[in-house]
Design a protein around this ligand. Structure first.
Ligand code: PLP
Length: 468
């Protein structure tokens, strides 16, 4: 399998070549040159597999430059009951008839990003070891992504993590999740500033190409193809749990921000998984809902990007979205480049032609959005009727899922975080705080390891030089 760019660069690259990369050189995103088709016989064969075995089958369709035995071992080492809490890894839980939650948030940081990041940690260690190289991952986080990355990379040979976060601005739980890590390869830099300062510093360092090369600076952001590929697996795993035969279809409702999660659902559907609908759920930051309703993609400025009670979906533009549009446009790299390059730069928005917009339905996408009040209502209702406490992001998904139910088609709502991560809003909804998993009961009292630094590019560079 070779990979190409959504903006027209057809240079064939193998999986290992793009594993450690971000954007393609032409500014596009990497995609496989085609989606391998999974037929009825393969679906039947895969039904009985464990999650790790299923992951190996799917990964091996896209990765042909890692020996099969090694890839199998990496999948087996990643997806264990010890790390993800159950043998099923992504168990379903029934709500009302026809609606189930698929649990993606029982990994180490209690959010779905662990599903992909845990594999990425093992893939990075493997690939760097094979090349005899090292990598210094530099990132900025306001909470979730940074902690998933640190928990995935902790103790990995050849990898160090330098994670910038805004000093004093994360929740006590988020701070504890990151700062309690004592691994020598994990560096928490608590920046005297806000999240945007952290992000600006990461950009400035990455734009210094000489520094970047000398100190082998890399990232683990959500446009990484391996992360997306790892997420394809749980669409298959959810499907097999919800159905008995391959003649049945299911729909998925996906709390969405950067379009990484639901884009994996799109890939699964393109491979032939019988998916009826992919329901894109947004919060008040409704860039994606607006697109699926109107055919106009309009990125937001910071004044128009709201801080909501489902903060991991508070985005102004959706960084993985270009992948879907490329497929929607019949993989026309020139047209994709025109829309995401020139037009978006110039106008901050683009609008599909009527013809192009008409194709969306053929890809199964529908959408909706929710408000804070909707989330509180969904959390209360789910607690009262089913005795299940859901988090605020999952509440977005459930609210929008119910607007798109179809007779006879199970709806799987992806649970993207555990409620304890957003305890204040749960308390607002239910009048009580959600319980901590037993293993994390003492998390906030564990010793913390972090360094407070000035919001200054040179200070950060000096820290990397001293600790890389
Ligand atoms: C990251 C995240 C999302 C959004 O996922 P995307 O892949 O960015 O669409 C939703 N919910 C939670 C809890 C997250 O951490």
């Amino acid at each position: 399998m070779k990979y190409l760019s959504t903006r027209g660069d057809q240079t064939p690259r193998s999986f290992s070549e793009i594993l450690l990369e971000g954007l393609a050189p032409d500014g596009g995103l990497y995609l496989p040159e085609h989606y391998p088709k999974v037929d009825d016989a393969a679906l039947s064969r895969w039904r009985g597999l464990s999650y790790a075995e299923l992951a190996f089958e799917i990964l091996s369709l896209y990765i042909d430059d890692i020996p099969a035995a090694d890839l199998k071992a990496l999948a087996a080492k990643t997806y264990t009951a010890a790390v993800f809490g159950t043998e099923a890894i992504v168990p379903l839980r029934a709500l009302e008839p026809g609606v189930q939650l698929e649990a993606l948030s029982n990994g180490p940081t209690l959010a779905f990003k662990d599903m992909a990041m845990q594999l990425l940690g093992n893939l990075f260690e493997y690939e760097l070891g094979r090349r005899g190289e090292t990598l210094n991952i530099l990132g900025a986080t306001s909470g979730d992504t940074g902690s998933a990355a640190e928990h995935a990379m902790r103790g990995k040979k050849g990898v160090s993590v330098f994670m910038l976060s805004p000093y004093g601005r994360m929740s006590p739980f988020q701070q504890a999740q990151m700062f309690s890590l004592q691994d020598e390869n994990i560096h928490n830099l608590s920046v005297e500033g806000v999240f945007d300062d952290c992000q600006d510093i990461v950009k400035a360092v990455s734009n210094d190409l000489a520094f970047k090369r000398k100190w082998r600076i890399g990232t683990v952001n959500s446009i990484n193809w391996a992360r997306l590929l790892a997420q394809v697996v749980y669409y298959f795993a959810g499907y097999f749990q919800a159905t008995k035969t391959n003649a049945e279809k299911v729909s998925f409702a996906v709390p969405s921000g950067n379009f990484g999660n639901v884009c994996a659902g799109h890939v699964a559907r393109m491979m032939g998984l019988p998916i009826a609908q992919l329901v894109v759920a947004t919060n008040e930051n409704d860039v994606l809902d607006e697109f699926f309703r109107t055919g106009t993609y309009r990125v937001r400025g910071s004044a128009e990007t709201f801080e909501t009670s489902s903060p991991s979906m508070d985005i102004s533009k959706a960084s993985n979205f270009e992948r879907f549009v490329f497929d929607l446009l019949g993989r026309d790299g020139a047209r994709t480049c025109e829309l995401f390059g020139a037009t978006l730069q110039r106008d901050g928005a683009f609008t599909l032609s009527a013809d192009e917009k008409a194709r969306i339905a053929g890809f199964g996408f529908v959408s909706g959005s929710s408000t804070h009040a909707d989330r509180l209502a969904a959390i209360r209702d789910t607690d009262a009727r089913f005795g299940v406490v859901i988090d605020t992001h999952t509440a977005d998904g459930l609210k929008v899922a119910r607007e798109h139910l179809q007779q006879g088609v199970p709806m799987l709502v992806l649970e993207t975080a555990l409620p304890v991560k957003f305890a204040d809003t749960i308390e607002e909804a239910l009048g009580r705080r959600p319980a901590l998993p037993a293993a994390l009961a003492d998390l906030e009292s564990r010793p913390k390891r972090f360094t407070v630094v000035k919001a200054d590019v040179d200070v950060i560079k000096a820290f990397v030089e001293a600790h890389a």
